[in-house]
Design a protein around this ligand. Structure first.
Ligand SMILES: *[C@@H]1O[C@H](CO)[C@@H](O)[C@H](O)[C@H]1NC(C)=O
Ligand SMILES: *[C@@H]1O[C@H](CO)[C@@H](O)[C@H](O)[C@H]1NC(C)=O
Ligand SMILES: *[C@@H]1O[C@H](CO)[C@@H](O)[C@H](O)[C@H]1NC(C)=O
Ligand SMILES: *[C@@H]1O[C@H](CO)[C@@H](O)[C@H](O)[C@H]1NC(C)=O
Ligand SMILES: *[C@@H]1O[C@H](CO)[C@@H](O)[C@H](O)[C@H]1NC(C)=O
Ligand SMILES: *[C@@H]1O[C@H](CO)[C@@H](O)[C@H](O)[C@H]1NC(C)=O
Length: 435
């Protein structure tokens, strides 16, 4: 009863708690999460969640595995490269864990960046090969960081949480629901492992959604965290924000008639990044059974066409009145498109494959500039694990991880997921998929 009144107090008095930390000192309740209006795709109960259901459903993972085992392209042509990548090795040497990380005013998080990528790629490696050593590598990385990382500080905490944190959640979702992994520290009286960290430290930060591409990072991460945590209110809040948040939602990021990005005038790295994060958000929503790729008459595709065209070196119409909230923080608004980081190269954000496969292959839509961007990337060797200072900004490896080889609805077969035909593992923890 006392607990309930604390919850109610939070509901009626929406005072935001400190943005970082949570495991240091007294824990604070996660929230407040404003209750979002009910819309298409909202969850009404916990049993509505599909698992695994972040970037990859069971069917998505099967599509990858079948492609590799049947030696079918586009999957197979990437496999040699993916499976020999250093982050895909079961022998990958962990660089962490650390207890406190900083991003923004200071920067000391590369051990996390690298270990997270290794956890995610090992999770995929395990799924395809079912080799126990990859299972071990993925899960020991998640457990080590899950039990040791207690705080993240710095002005860009929400980026670290929303990028690396989301990728780690994706690794965990695969291992938990497909691999039957039970996190270290799991306990019916308050665990100490990964999900605890996800709830208190990561999700809590993402609930405070910022602007434009930055805000979209929080939205897409929150969708993942909510699914992993089976948090109905958090999921509905993030879904609603994707569609309606006035500074960070899809309509705030992409101009509805031209596809101009709210950051076209800032620089192209952020314009491209925002597209990729919106595509990843839509992917989680797709995994949960709702299509938002089609939202706004394929608005995300319009945005991809605009930004692809400009980055391929062509002129685009530009409305200086369409720009991001708080542009003044970053020397905006801007009179013209920026040519900073303009172009499509191995080091530019890896955002084209996921969009190309969704719209051009899966839906069979024609998209001149997006297709050219995809061809340009292929001519450079294809999307793979990204280089540069922020290699976990996007998952990369699009031909393997986000591809389709034909037009299809490819709806998730819910009978083959845990909440349909799967089984809850021994002792009610962990989950084994029998399909
Ligand atoms: C990162 O920087 C923060 C802030 O200075 C510090 O508290 C933390 O210990 C550092 N972590 C590592 C791994 O160096
Ligand atoms: C599993 O992976 C390990 C480490 O990469 C390797 O040594 C071993 O041969 C693999 N086992 C099988 C059955 O392929
Ligand atoms: C912290 O990480 C170390 C090294 O991986 C691990 O042995 C230890 O169990 C972790 N601590 C917790 C509380 O999980
Ligand atoms: C980028 O734009 C600026 C300002 O319009 C211009 O001065 C500069 O020459 C351009 N740089 C390139 C590489 O096109
Ligand atoms: C993966 O592809 C890249 C780009 O084509 C190439 O540079 C690299 O050598 C390849 N790596 C492996 C292990 O095949
Ligand atoms: C869905 O999965 C179930 C369980 O594996 C299987 O029996 C059924 O045939 C599948 N349905 C379709 C349409 O593939």
């Amino acid at each position: 009863m006392k607990f309930l009144s604390v919850l109610l107090a939070f509901t009626v008095s929406p005072v935001y708690v400190a943005a970082t930390g949570g495991l240091n000192g007294l824990p604070v309740l996660n929230g407040p999460i404003p209750i979002a209006p009910k819309i298409a795709g909202s969850k009404t109960s916990i049993g509505d969640f599909v698992h695994p259901g972040l970037w990859h459903t069971h069917d998505d993972l099967e599509r990858i595995r079948d492609g590799v085992l049947q030696k079918k392209d586009p999957w197979y042509k990437v496999w040699a490269n993916f499976s020999t990548d250093s982050y895909s090795q079961a022998t990958y040497e962990m660089q962490g864990p650390k207890s406190v990380l900083c991003r923004g005013t200071c920067s000391n998080y590369t051990a996390f960046t690298n270990d997270v990528r290794a956890a995610y790629q090992n999770a995929i490696m395990w799924y395809v090969t079912k080799n126990q050593s990859h299972w071990d590598r993925a899960t020991t990385i998640i457990d080590s960081w899950g039990g040791n990382l207690t705080d993240i500080v710095g002005t860009d905490t929400s980026l670290l949480v929303g990028l690396e944190g989301d990728m780690l959640a994706n690794a965990a979702e695969i291992m938990r629901w497909e691999g039957g992994w039970v996190e270290k520290g799991a306990s019916p009286y308050g665990g100490t492992g990964f999900s605890n960290q996800l709830y208190w430290l990561f999700a809590r930060q993402s609930i405070i959604i910022g602007q434009a591409n930055y805000g979209m990072v929080s939205i897409k991460a929150l969708l993942s965290f909510a699914v992993y945590l089976d948090d109905v209110a958090m999921y509905n809040y993030a879904l609603y924000a994707y569609l309606n948040e006035p500074c960070a939602g899809i309509y705030a990021n992409i101009e509805s008639t031209t596809g101009q990005s709210a950051e076209t005038g800032r620089d192209q790295g952020h314009a491209m990044g925002g597209l990729g994060w919106a595509a990843e958000a839509a992917r989680v929503i797709q995994s949960q059974g709702t299509d938002v790729y089609g939202e706004g008459n394929n608005l995300l595709l319009l945005g991809a066409e605009y930004t692809a065209k400009y980055n391929l070196g062509y002129d685009v119409p530009y409305d200086p009145k369409f720009y991001r909230c708080e542009a003044v923080l970053i020397n905006g608004p801007w009179a013209q498109p920026s040519n900073i980081s303009r172009g499509i190269s191995e080091t530019s954000p890896q955002v084209w494959d996921i969009l190309y496969y969704q719209y051009v292959i899966k839906r069979g839509l024609s998209a001149e500039w997006l297709t050219m961007a995809k061809e340009k990337i292929d001519s450079l060797g294809g999307e793979e694990h990204p280089y540069g200072s922020s290699p976990d900004d996007h998952p990369g490896w699009g031909d393997l991880l986000f591809s389709y080889d034909e037009k299809c609805t490819c709806l998730n077969n819910n009978s083959a997921t845990i909440w349909g035909g799967g089984m809850i593992g021994p002792d009610g923890v962990g989950n084994i998929n029998t399909a």
